[in-house]
Ligand binder design. Structure first.
Ligand SMILES: [Zn+2]
Length: 78
């Protein structure tokens, strides 16, 4: 019986902003809000508050709606 102790059990999980499902980070697309626009952080090196969305059309196509709602909530600041 080979019972290797694997400590590598921690997979980073993130929550999709659309369906609120927790998924592995690699199954999600990171994006940031830059100049009031959604920018997909495909190179994963944009230093800004990041959000995550599932890498499926079902969620991706709702991002614009989500973002326009989010914008409305924000206080207009010039
Ligand atoms: Zn989702």
């Amino acid at each position: 019986m080979s019972n290797r102790s694997s400590k590598a059990g921690h997979i980073p999980e993130r929550t999709c902003v659309i369906c609120k499902e927790k998924k592995k980070q690699k199954d999600l697309i990171r994006f940031v809000i830059s100049n009031s626009e959604v920018v997909y952080d495909l190179s994963k090196n944009i230093a800004a508050r990041g959000y995550y969305v599932c890498d499926v059309n079902l969620c991706l196509e709702k991002i614009e709606k989500w973002f326009s709602k989010k914008k409305k909530k924000q206080v207009k600041n010039g």
